[in-house]
Design a protein around this ligand. Structure first.
Ligand code: DGT
Ligand code: CA
Length: 572
């Protein structure tokens, strides 16, 4: 139970009252109360316990009673009655800018509009003109509002959001006034896409920090601003929330705003069974109201008898049980990786020479790095023919004496439509490690695609299936393939699968990578580097692997060179 939750219910209440044409004063009262709660620097339950609710700005007897009711029962009866009068999709209509609650209600009553989809269809066909006073112009405005709503709901790729969060954090730190700054939310959990960036800060000068934040040059629009919280839209489109919290509540706030919501629900239930109440302000004794924890996340988890849980696992996917039974995995870290197993050079579509790639890998302290350029069939990427491949292997061997980092001769070899490979076995056997990938005929049937990949994995010279589903986040769906069969084949044939760390791929995804690891298939975490700076994307791949519960022992490129080579070439 939090200020946040009550505020949301109050906003909803205000909208529903407006839809019913209720008094403007009642509507405003709920909006005002919601704003107060959103920016309140103290847990509303604590205020209630002191009997001080009516001292809050905008909170009169009526609202205080609703807050008391919510704290006691977890519901607001009047709100539920109001909701029952309207269709389930009604509230979503109110998210469209330019469509007020009254019009929305009239549209529902007179034209059966009960969802955004239906609203859009009726606007496009202009059937809605004349209903509830809607004119041509209004129709266009609603359509514009729907477009904006769609854009606002679009999720941003992890890589992009991380880069923006890093820039904004750095800009904030440089301007001073901040003691601690942490990223929370889905970004801290390393989800492959995020809705927004959640920042948490401690500071002795909240007003200064809020002022600095909203005035950053990269901020395009201020969405909301209070004494300790602000929401802005970054010039790149995504929203950023910043909250300033007290140091003694920092751990509780970080835990709360990191989520996931489902994870937090479980933790709160555990607390409740112990007579404790957890909110973003701390952990409190339900009886006495005394704060028992809040400064660190460790402290918060300890009050419910759990060890600290890595953010990537906080999805209510078994981590609570694992923590309780002391069997949380020791997740792989960047330090565990000994090399990169997927990188291009200017022999195909990479933007750097062989030498520069090796030098960059050596500078990172890698024990090995692969050179895995495309094969001929990926003509668009300047794929190599057999002769060029042999020439490249010779160039690699000639270059090796100049470097400590071992250069692995490899290929990202195309899997042709029938599952055969783009290079003959005689060529593949000269390589140290062979990657295989689908780059064409994405529309094959599920049966064909599955058989194609299974056949490729059955080639003795193939080692790693890279970007196994072909997805490009936000632009291309994965191809239709029976991944269970593919993974079972990989396991049977002693092959590995890749977590491709390229920000638009992240393929395998967290869920699929977890399945692969569970089945005992080794996972390679590789960058698919085309520009040298992309070697840094390895952190995104590590994030996916950690979300997949993967430990170093399950990661192919955490193995030392000898064991990697012995695995890759048992036949040699
Ligand atoms: P997203 O959709 O990528 O932004 O995902 P999150 O997890 O970052 O979600 P967000 O930004 O809505 O909220 C951040 C965290 O705050 C979330 O993981 C858990 C917590 N939280 C958000 N809304 C609620 C809520 O209504 N109730 C509770 N109990 N917790 C919430
Ligand atoms: Ca978020």
């Amino acid at each position: 139970m939090t200020n946040f939750d009550v505020a949301r219910l109050f906003y909803e209440m205000a909208s529903l009252l407006e839809a019913r044409n209720e008094s403007v004063f009642r509507i405003r009262a709920y909006q005002r109360g919601a704003q107060t709660l959103e920016t309140l620097g103290e847990d509303v339950a604590a205020v209630a316990a002191r009997g001080a609710l009516t001292t809050l700005p905008g909170v009169g007897r009526d609202l205080a009673a609703r807050i008391e009711e919510y704290l006691a029962t977890g519901r607001i009866a009047q709100l539920e009655a109001l909701r029952a009068e309207l269709p389930a999709g009604f509230l979503s209509l109110l998210e469209i800018r330019g469509l007020g609650p009254r019009t929305a209600r009239a549209l529902w009553e007179q034209a059966g509009v009960d969802s955004i989809e239906r609203l859009e269809a009726l606007c496009r066909s202009r059937q809605i003109i004349g209903v509830a006073g809607i004119r041509d112009k209004t129709c266009d405005n609603i359509l514009k509002g729907i477009e904006r709503w769609k854009a606002g709901r679009a999720r941003t790729r992890l890589g992009t959001a991380r880069a923006i969060a890093a820039q904004v954090s750095e800009a904030l730190r440089a301007r001073g006034g901040i003691d601690r700054l942490e990223v929370a939310g889905s970004l801290r959990r390393m989800r492959d896409t995020v809705k927004d960036i959640d920042l948490l800060v401690t500071s002795t000068e909240p007003a200064r920090v809020i002022g600095t934040f909203t005035a950053l040059p990269s901020v395009a629009e201020i969405l909301a601003q209070g004494p300790t919280k602000a929401s802005v839209r970054h010039q790149d489109g995504l929203a950023i929330d910043l909250r300033v919290v007290e140091p003694e509540a920092f751990g509780a706030a970080l835990q709360y705003f990191t989520g996931s919501k489902d994870h937090n629900v479980r933790v709160r239930e555990m607390a409740s069974r112990r007579g404790l109440r957890i909110s973003e302000y701390g952990v409190f004794d339900e009886r006495t109201g005394a704060r028992v924890a809040g400064a660190t996340e460790e402290e918060v988890y300890a009050t419910v008898g759990l060890p600290w849980i890595p953010p990537e696992l906080r999805e209510n996917q078994g981590e609570i049980e694992a923590a309780r039974e002391s069997r949380l995995p020791t997740l792989v870290t960047a330090a565990d990786l000994r090399g990169d197993l997927h990188a291009h050079t200017d022999w195909s579509d990479g933007h750097h020479s062989l030498e520069r790639l090796i030098a960059a890998a050596e500078a990172r302290g890698y024990e090995y790095v692969i050179v895995s350029d495309h094969s001929r069939s990926t003509a668009i990427a300047g794929g190599l023919g057999v002769d060029e491949l042999r020439a490249q292997v010779a160039a690699i061997r000639a270059l090796q004496p100049r470097f400590r980092t071992r250069i692995l001769a490899g290929s990202e070899c195309d899997i042709l439509a029938d599952g055969t490979l783009d290079f003959p076995d005689e060529a593949l056997r000269e390589l140290d490690v062979v990657l295989a990938a689908v780059h064409s005929r994405f529309k094959q049937s599920r049966a064909e695609m599955t058989a194609r990949i299974v056949r490729a994995l059955s080639n003795p010279w193939v080692n790693v299936l890279v970007h196994p589903t072909g997805r490009r986040i936000g632009s291309r769906e994965p191809y239709d393939v029976d991944l269970e069969t593919v993974l079972a084949t990989a396991r049977e044939q002693g092959k590995a699968v890749e977590i491709n760390a390229s920000p638009e791929r992240l393929d395998l995804s967290d869920v699929h990578a977890r399945r692969a690891a569970t089945l005992g298939v080794p996972v390679a975490i590789s960058t698919d580097t085309h520009y040298l700076s992309e070697l840094d994307n390895v952190d995104l791949g590590i994030g996916v692997a950690r979300r997949a519960w993967i430990e170093a022992g399950q990661v192919l490129n955490a193995r030392p060179l000898d064991s990697l080579l012995a695995w890759a070439r048992p036949a040699r």
